[in-house]
Design a protein around this ligand. Structure first.
Ligand code: GLP
Length: 261
């Protein structure tokens, strides 16, 4: 696991965007795993700037989002399907038919979950997975107690998550659904490179557990300690609970020039 402590959200955006654009330059048909929420926004903003400047073409990329609310129509403005298209894939020029989100609006949610796993496999697996971190340590919507071997399935959101996400529902907690369809922790472990993005002091505990805590379903993100290629992009506030922060800074400063993220 590589931990990079950045001076600003723009710095996080530049590093994350470089990973995306270098991958797509090597592999124009790359499969990207996308996160919604606020954490990946600086990365999306910088990738979109590079698309506008003609530095990269995402026209052949496929995307799979991590999760979706159950109980919202797919075209609801707060659905993750609508959000990812609005904030990233539409402006990036990625054709809608290659933008995938778990179909939580279908009657048979279990069949939709199995179909999502199958679609990821058929696409050849996810090359680069962007991940945000919940304040209680979730990745995607794998809330505390999630099986470390879990696959795409329905989950119940914690009250904390519903409160955190009320800002995407005009501040109305009662409008935030209680359930979601989310990829599992094993689904995320199957991806080839994971980039975790966390900013702000509210994430400091979850970051400390992710990087330095014991692997436990209590802090589901800790499962990433078993993934061979994880990059954690943090601002100073999110890194403030890390015991070995000085070592991570030292390792980054002395990183061999030939080694990418
Ligand atoms: C949300 C989403 C995740 C997201 C995470 C962090 O509830 N299900 O996909 O990455 O929690 O959210 P944010 O980046 O807005 O803090």
């Amino acid at each position: 696991m590589e931990v990079v402590i950045c001076a600003s959200a723009e710095g996080i955006g530049r590093l994350g965007a470089a990973a995306v654009t270098e991958l797509v330059a090597r592999r124009p048909e790359a499969v990207l795993g996308l996160a919604t929420g606020s954490s990946p926004r600086p990365v999306y903003a910088e990738v979109l700037r590079r698309v506008r400047d003609g530095q990269v073409d995402l026209g052949r990329v496929s995307t799979f989002s991590l999760d979706e609310y159950v109980g919202l129509p797919a075209d609801h403005p707060s659905s993750y399907r609508a959000e990812i298209r609005r904030v990233f894939t539409d402006p990036a020029g990625i054709p809608a038919e290659r933008v995938h989100t778990p179909r939580a609006d279908e009657d048979d949610v279990e069949a939709a979950a199995a179909a999502y796993e199958e679609a990821i496999r058929t696409a050849g697996g996810i090359d680069l997975q962007l991940v945000g971190l919940g304040t209680e340590g979730h990745i995607a919507f794998n809330e505390p107690g999630s099986s470390l071997a879990s696959r795409t399935r329905i989950k119940t959101l914690t009250e904390q998550t519903r409160q955190d996400n009320a800002r995407f529902f005009d501040g109305d907690v009662s409008a935030v659904p209680h359930h979601c369809l989310t990829v599992g922790l094993a689904t995320i472990l199957d991806t080839r490179h994971v980039i975790v993005i966390a900013t702000g002091e509210s994430k400091a505990r979850a970051v400390a557990e992710l990087v330095e805590g014991a692997v436990s379903a209590r802090w589901p993100a800790t499962v990433l300690q078993a993934h061979p290629h994880v990059t954690v992009l943090l601002d100073e506030a999110a890194a403030s609970g890390l015991e070995l922060a000085d070592y991570y800074r030292y390792a980054w400063e002395h990183k061999p020039g030939w080694q990418g993220l």
